[in-house]
Write a protein that binds this ligand. Structure first.
Ligand SMILES: [Zn+2]
Length: 166
């Protein structure tokens, strides 16, 4: 019985609200605005929490980052910077140098300023970033002459040259 009484009361309240709108005869837009206001007022304390707002902004940032990632041409990005400073990257570079005996694979000069070059560009082949077979030791001057250096890397988008992976 108590349940029925509650339902009755709830219906009554709704009817009251509806008739209030009807009697007022408000325009659609005004009516919507008013309803929106009364809902947010009614739900005060139930609106988005700070955490929810944070999650929303993170989700939004995620979309932006994705778009930026798509336009990424191997330039200096926080991600790029982070990876190049990572332990994994440093280990990969050292492994490449050691395999090549710290010798430039182009001019065969040993020592000096050496770079570990990604044969398949770092920017477009994330899965090959830490594959030693995808690395080669180049001295700085040979490295800058490669067709994957700097902005030239853009032509490699979506292109994958066959690698002799052991
Ligand atoms: Zn060289």
């Amino acid at each position: 019985m108590a349940l029925v009484a509650q339902r009755k009361a709830w219906n009554k309240g709704m009817k009251g609200l509806q008739s209030w709108h009807n009697i007022d005869g408000l325009g659609k837009n005004v009516d919507f605005k008013k309803r929106g206001k009364s809902i947010s007022r009614a739900k005060k304390g139930m609106t988005f929490t700070e955490e929810h707002k944070k999650n929303l902004s993170i989700a939004h940032m995620g979309i932006q980052a994705g778009e930026k990632c798509h336009l990424w041409k191997g330039g200096i990005t926080p991600e790029n910077h982070k990876i190049r400073n990572s332990t994994e990257y440093k280990q990969w570079r050292t492994a490449v140098f050691e395999r090549d005996d710290y010798t430039c694979q182009d001019c065969e000069e040993r020592g000096g300023v050496l770079n570990a070059d990604h044969i398949q560009p770092f920017a477009y082949f994330p899965d090959l970033r830490f594959v030693i077979e995808n690395g080669r030791t180049l001295c700085r001057s040979c490295h800058v002459k490669t067709d994957t250096w700097g902005k030239r890397v853009a032509q490699y988008e979506g292109r994958r040259v066959s690698l002799s992976l052991s």
